[in-house]
Design a protein around this ligand. Structure first.
Ligand code: ADP
Length: 207
């Protein structure tokens, strides 16, 4: 498997923006949220199990997952959350491994929003990048991007680990508190470091 690095951060911190910047530098980005979406489209492989476990009421008329309904179920019921995770996590992991194996980039960046919360992928990644910004900025950005209210964003944030806990897991921190230009510079610095590490890791394996 290629050298792999995790990218994580709270909702609205800028993970997708940063992942796209890494991608434009030639890095293979694998996003577990994107995979989860693909698995739950009308033709997604997870839908048969989700329907069997939760019934047709969590499906849209087209047969895809109704995210709003599922989000409410999962918030209200920890068992529902566990059941959904038991269906999705192994499928996501399989897809991550398959895409990693096919990667031709200098290293693989695994975008994993809930890395710290789930404790998953520790066996796959050599380093963890945490995207950090103030909680106020997380709320403004998420509310501007989605149809979620400030209250809904705060509820999602409350279910995620705290900023301090997440930072404790960081090998690299990308601070996303100013403009996109300075963010791109910060990404370039981290990318440079990761290419060097991936290179020496690969050489180490060959020797
Ligand atoms: P995440 O993937 O962590 O939830 P996103 O990358 O989707 O966060 O960013 C949330 C929103 O904030 C998006 O609309 C994005 O375009 C915007 N955004 C992120 N970083 C910046 C920045 N440095 N300057 C301006 N807008 C930003």
């Amino acid at each position: 498997m290629p050298y792999a690095v995790a990218l994580t951060g709270g909702i609205g911190s800028g993970k997708s923006t940063i992942a796209a910047m890494f991608e434009s530098l030639g890095v293979t980005v694998i996003d577990t949220d994107v995979i989860a979406h693909e698995l739950t489209t009308p033709t997604g492989v997870a839908m048969a199990s989700i329907r069997a476990q939760f019934g047709a009421e969590v499906l849209n008329t087209d047969g895809g997952l109704n995210r709003a309904t599922m989000r409410q179920r999962v918030f209200a019921d920890p068992n529902a959350k566990q059941t959904l995770e038991k269906i999705l996590h192994p499928l996501i992991r399989g897809e991550v491994d398959a895409r990693s194996a096919r990667s031709t980039g200098p290293y693989v960046l695994l975008a994993i929003p809930l890395l710290v919360e789930t404790g998953a992928y520790g066996d796959r990644v050599s380093r963890v990048i945490v995207v950090d910004c103030s909680e106020a900025l997380q709320i403004t950005r998420t509310a501007a991007r989605s149809r979620l209210s400030d209250g809904e964003v705060k509820a999602i944030m409350a279910a995620q680990v705290s900023r301090a806990d997440r930072l404790r897991h960081a090998d690299d921190i990308i601070v996303n508190e100013s403009g996109l230009d300075s963010l791109a510079s910060a990404v370039a610095v981290v990318d440079h470091r990761l290419r060097t590490l991936a290179n020496s890791n690969n050489h180490g394996k060959r020797d």
